[in-house]
Design a protein around this ligand. Structure first.
Ligand SMILES: C[S@@+](CC[C@H](N)C(=O)[O-])C[C@H]1O[C@@H](n2cnc3c(N)ncnc32)[C@H](O)[C@@H]1O
Length: 304
């Protein structure tokens, strides 16, 4: 089959680049969903099984938002009301040793499938982030930054016995000590009024329009994922999210022209992902069509 310089197949409706196609077919599972553009794919399975079949050195960037294992009967505040923090059975803790064992298992697989200069971002609260940090050190990742994501308007602390939890940590690490990771320094600087961007990021919780198809209990804001993707990947890179949930990573990847693979073992969350990704595809084409119409109008006006 003919290929152009960017490695795209030139025949067929869906233009999948060779590397992305190779990764998808290596998984040996029928995807639950592939979008019409052929650049976003979802798998309904455990991420451990899926990552076992992905060839080594094939993924450019991974964003992981693993279970925090905090759903153990605690209380929080939502819209001024006292609510349970329980997110679901997938978020129940089996104890710190089991949690650490699980973190080592999935992180080991992530390290194997990352390209030699690839990077991983992992977000978490205090329930899980120390285990993640220790596991990345044990596995020989190279830690690049620990971002403090400041949520600006976090829910108040009802017990009044602690400070309000206003931040979440996001660890950014390269595959290993030899990695020469990609960082779009000029763009980050530009996005920060021409000053070096710090590791303190002020980004609000997901906006209501990010939840029109339903809510995931731990949904991340699209703005957070857009910044992560812009900072650490190039156009057409392959981005993977092993705990994709509502696929915030997929939405941001699609908007920015990256290839996306999302995995989750919960079908309900994947149905939400599908709706969000379909919406992105539909609106992208509407906007493109709008631009074409406007351009034609301008051409016509200029010709008169
Ligand atoms: C913290 S949430 C991710 C939320 C996501 N970042 C978003 O913006 O919607 C973690 C997700 O991991 C999924 N999960 C838990 N264990 C898993 C496993 N072993 N393999 C794949 N997914 C898993 C849960 O179903 C849940 O949707």
């Amino acid at each position: 089959m003919a290929e152009n310089v960017a490695g795209f197949h030139l025949t067929g409706e869906i233009e999948m680049p060779t590397q992305y196609k190779k990764v998808i077919s290596s998984i040996g599972l029928n995807p639950l969903y592939t979008n019409k553009d052929g650049n976003s794919t979802l798998f309904h399975a455990s991420c451990l099984n899926v990552m076992d079949s992905i060839p080594a050195n094939s993924i450019d960037m991974i964003f992981a938002d693993p279970p925090y294992f905090l759903s153990n009967g605690g209380m929080s505040c939502h819209a001024g009301r006292r609510v349970s923090v329980n997110k679901g059975d997938w978020d129940k803790s089996k104890g710190i040793e089991e949690t650490h064992k699980f973190n080592l298992e999935w992180l080991r697989r992530c390290q194997n499938i990352l390209t030699k200069d690839g990077t991983i971002w992992v977000s978490g609260t205090s329930h899980v982030i120390y285990s993640i940090g220790f596991a990345t050190q044990q596995l020989g990742f190279k830690i690049l930054n620990d971002i403090a994501w400041y949520k600006i308007n976090p829910p108040p602390n009802l017990s009044c016995r602690y400070f309000t939890h206003g931040t979440e940590t996001i660890i950014w690490a390269a595959k290993n000590k030899e990695s020469r990771h990609y960082f779009n320094y000029p763009l980050m600087r530009k996005m920060n009024n021409n000053k070096q961007m710090q590791s303190l990021w002020s980004i609000t919780a997901p906006k209501p329009e990010e939840k029109i198809y339903g809510k995931h209990p731990t949904q991340k804001p699209v703005a957070l994922l857009e910044r992560i993707i812009l900072a650490s990947t190039k156009e057409h890179d392959i981005v993977l999210d092993p705990f994709t949930g509502s696929s915030t990573t997929g939405v941001a990847a699609y908007r920015l022209g990256r290839y996306f693979i999302g995995i989750d073992n919960n079908k309900e969350y994947l149905n939400l992902s599908t709706k969000r990704l379909n919406f992105e595809q539909r609106t992208k084409h509407t906007v493109k069509e709008e631009i074409k119409t406007v351009e034609k109008d301008i051409e016509r006006l200029v010709a008169v």
